[in-house]
Design a binder for this molecule. Structure first.
Ligand SMILES: Cc1ncc(COP(=O)(O)O)c(C=O)c1O
Length: 451
């Protein structure tokens, strides 16, 4: 049996069909000469559901085979290819884990994609503050004690969502959290948007499924080597019965015309994970270690060596001068910058970065967000209600209608459905008046529910 059944099927289709009288309207090239001039042969790979090409919503041909190969590689019961990014994966995982009701436990620094499922299901979310690195303010994930207390106090929690790892590459002790959750009959969803490569090198954390997660979202484009917007959802043993709910969520919330370019790129990435990627990862990790060690530039010691994050008072200027030298990072905001090292990068590729940031003194940690206990929110009400903009200074006592997050560290101060405390409003006023960027705040105003 072939390792790449979907790619093979598309290749056969290209070779045998001379006239495409079906969508997409570029017809594989002739319908869009300008696109064809830009992308050439690539257009002919952009196909659609035809009998021999299978159908992602009810696969029983090459897509089913490709998903089965991926499931075997990751030790999963089922694998679902996704063309709506890790966003669709988080939505589908949350949707499926809470089939039958219950609340979700999540850290405040969870990705906003969980709001999509909250909107559809009307579920409640119990939010926990993550622990923070005292030197940088970076999120270290929720503490075990906080998870345990929340599960004790709110027995209707049916699932917990864990970032594995965070954007900065910090991976919590997933196995211990999963163990605790499973003893209470709670399902564990790992958001591994930034962890598709875990387990492919001994210096990386073990994969989420192996650490006990039941539903795992892999960002195949972020960290798996596939095309942008491609992702995968894996189901482990305990959650096998949720496969139908996952399928339902994907078909309700995703497109009915999934891109074959993306699906074929997922299949190829899975294939490469067994072949070329480990060696290329090893080269990149060596190169990244060479930058990190002498330069002492880590933010909170990430477990993923390919995430190089550093803090400096003039981070933006440094990032701009690197950009002038042709080196573009993932992200820079305030005093924090993040560079993601791609597979196969060599020490020489990272040398300009190393030179610029070696020996930089880190600035003091960002002003700490006021710490909060668990908050229980129902985002659906706040997202669907009439909304209005108010000055932050006048927002105390009102209910937030969107996420508000000072950057860095990017941990949301408010989620939709949260009542804004006086302390939080004055913290946000003070941050905004110092010129700090706050996502969700525009001209010192925030969206609130019009009560
Ligand atoms: C932790 C996390 N989860 C999910 C997502 C959504 O991923 P995508 O952009 O693939 O939809 C992101 C995006 O940045 C993320 O950082």
């Amino acid at each position: 049996m072939s390792d790449t059944p979907l790619t093979d099927a598309i290749r056969r289709y290209r070779a045998t069909v001379s006239s495409r009288l079906h969508v997409p309207s570029h017809g594989g090239g002739p319908g869009s000469p300008a696109l064809h001039a830009l992308w050439g042969d690539l257009l002919s790979w952009d196909v659609t559901e035809q009998p021999e090409l299978d159908d992602l919503s009810h696969p029983d041909g090459p897509i089913a085979e490709a998903q089965a190969i991926a499931a075997r590689l990751f030790g999963a019961r089922r694998a679902f290819f996704l063309t709506g990014g890790a966003t669709l994966g988080v939505e589908a995982a949350v949707f499926a884990a809470l089939q039958g009701g219950g609340a979700l436990l999540a850290a405040r620094d969870s990705h906003r994609s969980l709001l999509g499922a909250a909107l559809v299901k009307g579920m409640e979310i119990v939010l926990l503050d993550p622990e923070r690195d005292p030197d940088s303010g970076a999120s270290l994930g929720v503490s075990l004690a906080d998870v345990e207390r929340a599960l004790d106090d709110q027995p209707d929690i049916r699932a917990i969502l864990v970032n594995y790892p965070s954007y900065l590459g910090i991976a919590p002790d997933l196995a211990t959290i999963a163990d605790l959750a499973h003893r209470r009959g709670v399902l564990v969803i790992a958001d591994a948007a930034h962890g598709a490569h875990f387990g492919l090198d001994p210096r990386l954390p073990r994969p989420a499924l192996e650490r006990g997660a039941d539903l795992v979202v892999l960002g195949m484009h972020k960290t798996g080597g596939a095309l942008t917007q491609s992702a995968m959802l894996l189901i482990g043993g305990v959650a096998e019965g949720r496969a139908d709910a996952v399928r339902l969520a994907i078909s309700l919330l995703g497109t009915s015309s999934p891109s074959y370019l993306l699906m074929a790129s997922i299949e190829q990435a899975v294939h490469d994970m067994r072949q070329a990627i480990p060696a290329r990862l090893a080269v990149a990790i060596d190169a990244a270690q060479a930058v990190r060690g002498p330069a002492r530039i880590e933010v909170a010691a990430p477990q993923d060596p390919l995430r190089i994050a550093w803090r400096a008072r003039d981070a933006r200027e440094i990032a701009e001068s690197l950009a002038l030298a042709g080196i573009r990072g993932e992200y820079v905001d305030g005093d924090t910058a993040l560079y993601c090292v791609p597979f196969g990068a060599r020490a020489a590729d990272l040398e300009p970065l190393r030179r610029q940031v070696a020996g930089l003194p880190a600035p003091p940690p960002p002003a700490g967000l006021p710490r909060r206990g668990p908050a229980r929110i129902r985002p659906q009400g706040a997202l669907l209600a009439d909304r209005r903009l108010v000055d932050i200074g006048k927002a105390a006592g009102l209910i937030a209608a969107d996420i508000v997050a000072p950057v860095p560290p990017g941990i949301p101060a408010l989620w939709p459905g949260e009542r804004i405390t006086r302390e939080m409003a004055s913290y946000l006023v003070s941050e905004a008046s110092q010129g700090r960027r706050i996502m969700g705040v525009d001209h010192e105003q925030v969206w609130v529910v019009a009560e």
